[in-house]
Design a protein around this ligand. Structure first.
Ligand SMILES: Nc1ncnc2c1ncn2[C@@H]1O[C@H](COP(=O)(O)OP(=O)(O)OP(=O)(O)O)[C@@H](O)[C@H]1O
Length: 271
């Protein structure tokens, strides 16, 4: 029988004894569009504080899964347990043009939050001086950082990121990746990052998932030392394996990804 048990919980989802604390528990999740199951009986557990990247070919259902976890899509069957404090940032920053940046950051928060709260989050993403600006005056990277500040102001236990760097130029993208890594390190929240970029997943995540045929087809721990670079030992092997899971030929480090050879994302959660 199909069930709709999207039940947000206030604390991280309970785990069976002996397993690490979970931020997300999904069991038998199915989401169909027009009779076609895009997500089909998917099971997934994300540990509290873990940085997970989600890869998969276009149209495999990554954004659909993220929207379900964000609580934006409840037309589901199965069980989804997520923390109540969760926030999401999309590829498009989705700022309201008629509200100044600080008001955008506070958008949707209950009560009458003070500007100082927005300024604190904006400081975390290096945008202190743009708090009073109009969104249209921001660069693409600044707008994306404002969107991140809006996600952070909710003090999430789970941060959902849907291709947040996809529209940024290469240099801005690297800086944004480093920022997300630093924020994750500082906040200690679980992160689920949807990306098309295998290198990005390996630079940032503890764990990489590949979605295929409505489920998680491949699930690997990254285990590389941080800070990371694409030239680090073990990186190329992981990249090859992931590309093969995605059905893409590995162009090697001289391929498109090679330009990020020098990138080292410094993110080391305090153990
Ligand atoms: N609201 C909707 N109505 C009908 N079909 C939908 C809807 N949302 C998603 N789909 C379909 O579900 C499938 C998965 O879409 P989804 O956006 O989750 O894929 P994705 O893996 O995020 O793709 P991409 O990497 O291209 O962003 C696609 O075939 C898409 O057309």
């Amino acid at each position: 029988m199909a069930t709709d048990l999207h039940r947000p919980v206030t604390t991280p989802a309970p785990s069976p004894a002996g397993e690490p604390e979970a931020a997300v528990r999904v069991e038998g999740l199915t989401r169909s569009f027009d009779g076609r199951a895009v997500i089909d009986g998917l099971d997934l557990t994300l540990a509290a504080g873990e940085f997970t990247a989600l890869l998969g070919r276009s149209g495999c259902g990554k954004s659909t899964l993220l929207r379900v976890l964000a609580g934006l899509d409840r037309e589901i069957a199965g069980t989804v347990l997520v923390p109540r404090r969760r926030s999401v940032a999309f590829q498009a920053p989705r700022l309201m043009p008629w509200k100044r940046v600080w008001r955008n950051v506070l958008l949707g928060l209950p009560g009458k939050p003070e500007r100082a709260l927005a300024e604190k989050a904006l400081a975390e993403v290096g945008l202190t001086d743009r708090a009073g600006a109009w969104p249209k005056t921001l660069s693409g990277g600044e707008a994306q950082r404002a969107s991140l500040a809006r996600a952070l102001v909710r003090e999430p236990d789970l941060l959902l990121l849907d291709e947040p760097f996809g529209a940024l130029d290469a240099l801005t993208r690297i800086k944004a990746q480093q920022l997300v890594a630093e924020l994750w390190q500082r906040r200690g929240c679980a992160v689920l990052l949807v990306t098309h970029d295998v290198d990005e997943s390996l630079l940032l995540a503890d764990r990489v998932l590949v979605m295929r045929d409505g489920g998680i087809a491949y699930d690997t721990a990254v285990g590389l030392d941080r800070p990371r670079g694409v030239g680090a030992p073990g990186f190329a092997e992981l990249r090859s394996r992931l590309l093969s899971e995605l059905g893409v030929e590995d162009g090697g480090s001289d391929g498109g990804a090679g330009r990020r050879q020098e990138v080292a994302v410094a993110a080391q959660p305090d153990a």
